[in-house]
Design a protein around this ligand. Structure first.
Ligand code: NA7
Length: 526
């Protein structure tokens, strides 16, 4: 007999809810977590200004109506401490901690034909019939090597593993490398307190304003209909509301109406901007119109036209890299103590004891902050030696991940992924997608048990079809046209394939629901 029915890796949004569901179903479950607290992403990413880019009313669990009635979100976009407090509350409220081992990292998984042996970094191992990887999509930091890093005399911080205390940037000369969401948020938050801020930008970023604000009134109005609101979210394109279904750009190119629609979305703020027209991610003209409106706004915000131009994204479609939601990012560059180094024209040559040498100029700094992103979607899974007796998952995925529905991979039975590659995951409200996968997997395990079955694995042909379908759908969009982490392009040597399922949350749900209803069509159960 295995030690446990199920071992879950990770205690973030996915792992916590998965533990609760399995426990409710009577499965003996053990959760392994590398951090010393619950929270996952929201435990590690505690850099200044860290904030969610999905609205709090959507980026929260829906599984318990009582929980959503009792928790008060203070702002439209919750800051990291509030989300971490929420997850700690969830862990306590459902008494989840007693089945979680903290400060323990899974290093190896071995399938012996009937069960998994899970080996952790303390050298111990335990067995389970099923393993669920709730390892997160953006949890394996990408840490590019810069020559001379070890010689730097000052402090170095990574946004993705920010120290819990003891960082004081006030009055210091600070350099930030990276202008994705983490970089933008950090830059905006620290600009008012540092004496000098030098930003190293490789690719300019499309950012739309957050218009963050208190939401007590909205929360009160929503509460009576929260369950319906959640149900609607599950069938939307991205797992959250973006107002009424928009028209197609090609059907509405009258300039004043197009402009009015972009302006309306801009004033509303947030990621719904790219849903101003329903074909912004599939039609190059629609995309260019949306991009051009953002470029105009950057020119309005940045006083120096030459600087505005350097901050303006031109080389890739809007939405093809994760768009940022900002709270005054571009305006920061109007401050005299803030400067921008374009490393496309002045590449970082090395880190020196006193700062960063880019092109011919040494930029002095006492602190370097690296906001260089993650080995997305496959990084955390590939960091574990997952072996089926013949080969590793990493070997199987060398040319890109192969999954059926992003939930499992053929040849690796009884191993489930929560928001795995080729599921909507990072293109959606993660919490909507997490809850959907956790519910799906829980139901599958209950189904197996009720039928006296003990093994589940995708049929290789079904998997191949799914991989082809996800690639084909991505190719119908502008999404593969950027060197993005969606494509694995930020990691040297990583095969460039589009990693998430771009067909939409609602569509995905209908497909995966159908698969389950049809007796887990495309899976082999035995
Ligand atoms: P991102 O979005 O991957 O941003 C990383 C940034 O770091 C981006 O601007 C990169 O430039 C830059 N980068 C990465 N490697 C280097 C090197 N070697 N040299 C210089 N610059 C580099 O990660 P974030 O943490 O900001 O955001 C991740 C997600 O978290 C976000 O999308 C939200 O979903 C939440 P590039 O654009 O690749 O040229």
């Amino acid at each position: 007999m295995p030690d446990h029915d199920v071992i879950v890796i990770g205690a973030g949004f996915s792992g916590l809810y998965q533990l609760k569901c399995l426990r409710d179903q009577g499965f003996d479950t053990w959760v392994v977590e590398a951090g010393d607290e619950v929270g996952g992403t929201w435990y590690w990413n505690r850099y200044p200004g860290a904030r969610c880019d999905i609205e709090s009313l959507e980026y929260s669990y829906s599984f318990d109506p009582a929980l959503e009635q009792e928790w008060d979100w203070s702002e439209r976009y919750a800051a990291q401490p509030e989300i971490l407090a929420y997850l700690r509350h969830v862990a306590d409220r459902y008494d989840l901690r007693r089945d979680i081992s903290f400060r323990t990292r899974v290093e190896q998984l071995d399938w012996d034909g009937t069960q998994w042996t899970v080996t952790t970094d303390d050298g111990a191992s335990r067995t389970a019939r099923y393993v669920i990887a709730a390892t997160g999509c953006l949890s394996m930091p990408s840490r590019p090597e810069f020559d001379g890093m070890a010689e730097f005399a000052g402090e170095v911080y990574w946004t993705s593993s920010w120290p819990h205390e003891g960082v004081d940037l006030a009055g210091k000369r600070v350099a930030v490398i990276g202008t994705g969401s983490s970089g933008l948020q950090t830059i905006t938050a620290i600009a008012p307190i540092v004496s000098r801020l030098t930003v190293f930008q490789r690719t300019p970023t499309y950012a739309v304003p957050a218009h963050n604000k208190p939401i007590a009134d909205r929360l009160a109005a929503l509460r009576p209909r929260y369950p319906d609101f959640r149900e609607e979210s599950r069938l939307t394109r991205a797992g959250f509301h973006c107002g009424e279904e928009s028209t197609a750009f090609y059907a509405d190119t009258e300039p004043s109406r197009v402009r009015a629609e972009f302006e309306r979305r801009w004033l509303d703020g947030g990621l719904c901007y790219t849903q101003a027209f329903r074909d912004i991610l599939t039609d190059v003209d629609a995309n260019e119109a949306a991009a051009e409106h953002v470029r105009e706004q950057i020119r309005l915000k940045v006083a120096d036209p030459e600087l505005a131009e350097r901050l303006t994204p031109r080389t890739y479609p809007i939405g093809a890299k994760r768009m940022c939601v900002d709270t005054g990012y571009f305006e920061v560059y109007n401050e005299d103590h803030v400067s921008l180094v374009d490393i496309e024209t002045d590449p970082i040559r090395r880190i020196t004891p006193r700062g960063i040498l880019a092109g011919e100029t040494e930029h002095e700094a006492e602190v370097i902050i690296l906001a260089t992103g993650f080995d997305a979607m496959t990084g955390a899974l590939n960091a574990i030696a997952i072996r089926n007796g013949r080969r590793t998952l990493r070997e199987k995925w060398e040319a890109g991940p192969q999954t059926y529905l992003g939930l499992m991979s053929a040849g690796f039975p009884n191993l489930f992924f929560i928001t795995g590659p080729q599921s909507p995951s990072v293109l959606s409200n993660m919490v909507t997608s997490i809850e959907y996968h956790v519910d799906w997997v829980t139901r599958a395990l209950a189904h197996l048990r009720s039928k006296g079955l003990r093994r589940m694995e995708p049929d290789p042909a079904a998997e191949e079809n799914w991989v082809n379908a996800t690639n084909d759908i991505a190719d119908l969009t502008v999404m593969p046209r950027a060197a993005s982490w969606y494509m694995g392009a930020n990691i040297p040597g990583k095969r460039r394939v589009f990693l998430p399922f771009v067909g939409g949350v609602g569509t995905y749900k209908q497909i995966a629901d159908g698969v389950a209803v049809a007796g887990y069509h495309g899976f082999e159960l035995s």
